[in-house]
Design a protein around this ligand. Sequence first.
Ligand SMILES: Cc1cc2nc3c(=O)[nH]c(=O)nc-3n(C[C@H](O)[C@H](O)[C@H](O)COP(=O)(O)OP(=O)(O)OC[C@H]3O[C@@H](n4cnc5c(N)ncnc54)[C@H](O)[C@@H]3O)c2cc1C
Length: 407
Amino acid sequence: MIGAGVVGMACALRLQRAGHAVTVLDPLAPGNGASFGNAGVFAVGHVLPLGMPGVLARVPHMLLARESPLSIRWSHLPRMLPWLARLVRSSTPARIDAISAALRDLVTDGLDSTRALLGPRHFVDLVRHAGWLFVYSDAAALERDRAGIALRRARGVRIEEIEAGALRQLVPALAPSVRHGFLFPDCGHTVNPHRVVVTLAALLREAGGTIKTATARGFDIGEAGVTRVLTDGDGIATDGVVLAAGADSAALARALGSRVLLESERGYHVTMPDPGIDLRVPLLAVGEKFSITPMEHGIRLGGTAEFSAGDAPPNPRRHAMMVAQARRLLPGISDTGATTWVGRRPSTPDSLPVISGSPHHRNAWFAFGHGHVGLTTAAVTAGWIADLVAGRPPSVDLAPFRVERFS
Ligand SMILES: Cc1cc2nc3c(=O)[nH]c(=O)nc-3n(C[C@H](O)[C@H](O)[C@H](O)COP(=O)(O)OP(=O)(O)OC[C@H]3O[C@@H](n4cnc5c(N)ncnc54)[C@H](O)[C@@H]3O)c2cc1C
């Protein structure tokens, strides 16, 4: 297994339990990539792709607005043109319908699969089932989102419209100007996304698996497929490899003969250890595009999108913007002692991860590109990878997730 993020660790544990002897390689300790600081929401109603026509139409406005959830570092633009072209091609009504159906297959069992993987004791410790409440700072943001709400309902997602009075009962700290909400009652959240991965790592070790500090650099390939993962040291002999290196997966996929379109879609978080308000249900600030999640270490603002080189320095103005916007929704919130972070979502232009066997090597599999829903869908992905490795037909059609769609 290459990569000890939430996806790699979930796949590793599932495969170890299926009787394989699993070794996970990562230069970092488990859960220190994108999985470290996400917003913690099990977004089981996330059935719409990034490239919705309404969103794309607003891109120029968003890029020019002073406080925008979207930013692109212009120096990075030429490199991402093929990705952007594919994003646009993925935005036709027919493609959106197909992608949305595939996303539904992927996200719907997110909570149940996570419970099964973690086991009831760890699940109760780490996950709360309080729903996810979409809130709107103004009427225009609400109106823009109505079509998306209708599409999600059409896909079978349960959504309750919440009027002002009930909204204030759910979240007393909300500003009076926030008058509308939609509650997704089937969603949940973790109180600590990093601890989810650390727990999966502990369960893997208990089940006999191994985690090694090493960077995969390439592969030795023989008649029977991949025989060795090359590292800076001796490398590791193997009879099969799963690539789950998050936003860094493209070069290794290429070494296995598969081209993919994958961008680092950077997201920011601010965690407020002493927020001064009570929040029981995670919120999505819809117009601002970040979640506000109650966690065991305070309240976390997490989200927004920045396309830039993955190793570009973080932009501190984005953290300040998120705090200012959160204050408008929750006027009492305090950022005293807040910590900040930026992480790289592994994002494909069609918003679907690559969950696939390699078309070139019978013992190589791909599990990356989970974009905005890697926490939600890691355990589902693990089940599908276990099916593919066993040569069993998975319960759903995995064609939309195949790596060949990029070739
Ligand atoms: C701000 C923000 C908020 C988010 N909120 C949510 C949310 O609320 N809900 C949700 O479901 N998702 C959310 N996400 C998305 C989610 O965090 C990601 O989809 C998920 O963490 C991806 O997991 P991963 O294991 O694929 O990648 P990562 O966690 O990045 O792990 C990849 C691992 O691979 C390792 N690696 C890289 N190259 C190599 C190599 N050559 N050899 C060995 N190892 C290598 C890296 O060191 C890393 O540890 C959010 C993301 C961000 C940034």
